[in-house]
Design a protein around this ligand. Structure first.
Ligand code: F6R
Length: 241
């Protein structure tokens, strides 16, 4: 595990964007695993800037997102599909047909999860997976549990996650209660994993996940065992370590 100490959110975002940018330059048809949430927005912003300058080309890149809320259409403003278009896809030359996100409107969880795992397999796996860190240690929507779940699955979101995500919705009741998420195995099989974490509120969970025991009660702790994991965190996020 490597730790890159960033000064603040903007510095963290540039450092992470540098790693992703090197990945795309070295392997133009990379499969990038992508995340939503507040943490990676600055990284996407930086990648867009370099694309606009002509330094990056996403023409051959394929992307697979970590998760999607169950019950939201890709057109829904609150869906992760919409988040990705708004914050990244619409501003770079990625082909929409090369972007994959679980389909929130598939009512058949078993069918959707096996379909998504087949998508990841057909792409040949993930070259670089970008992650954020949930306040309870979740990655994707792999919530604290008694065991690690391997493949894509449907989760019932924990109260902590509902509380953390309500800031993106008008009312707490609007936060969907279920999501489809890639599993721990899908994430661990990525060639490379990069996590961005910022802010003092995440300091306790950064300590528990990366300086404590590996346990499914803190799902991100499994990344300690990944062969190429880089944590890009700012001073505040590292302040409890
Ligand atoms: C989002 C995702 C989540 C977030 C996590 C942190 O696709 O998979 O695991 O990365 O909830 O969210 P932020 O960055 O908003 O603190």
């Amino acid at each position: 595990m490597k730790i890159i100490h960033a000064r603040d959110y903007d510095h963290m975002s540039r450092q992470a964007a540098n790693i992703i940018s090197a990945q795309v330059i070295l392997k133009p048809n990379s499969v990038l695993g992508l995340a939503t949430g507040a943490s990676p927005i600055g990284t996407y912003r930086q990648l867009i800037e370099w694309y606009r300058k002509g330094d990056l080309d996403f023409g051959q890149v394929r992307t697979v997102n970590l998760d999607e809320y169950v019950g939201l259409a890709p057109e829904d403003e609150q869906s992760y599909a919409c988040f990705m278009r708004r914050n990244f896809f619409d501003s770079v030359n990625i082909y929409p047909s090369n972007t994959y996100i679980p389909y929130g409107l598939n009512p058949n969880a078993e069918d959707e999860c096996s379909r998504y795992d087949a998508v990841i397999r057909a792409l040949g796996g993930i070259d670089l997976q970008l992650l954020g860190l949930g306040p309870n240690g979740h990655i994707g929507f792999n919530e604290p549990a008694d065991f690690f779940t391997k493949g894509t699955h449907m989760v019932s979101l924990s109260e902590a996650t509902i509380q953390a995500n309500k800031r993106f919705f008008e009312k707490e009741e609007d936060v969907p209660r279920f999501a489809y998420t890639m599993g721990i195995c899908d994430i661990m099989q990525a060639e490379r994993v990069v996590m961005v974490v910022s802010g003092a509120a995440k300091a306790p969970v950064v300590r528990d996940a990366f300086f404590g025991p590996v346990t499914p009660r803190v799902p991100a702790s499994i990344l300690q065992l990944h062969k190429d994991f880089t944590l890009v965190a700012d001073e505040e996020a590292l302040s409890a370590c």
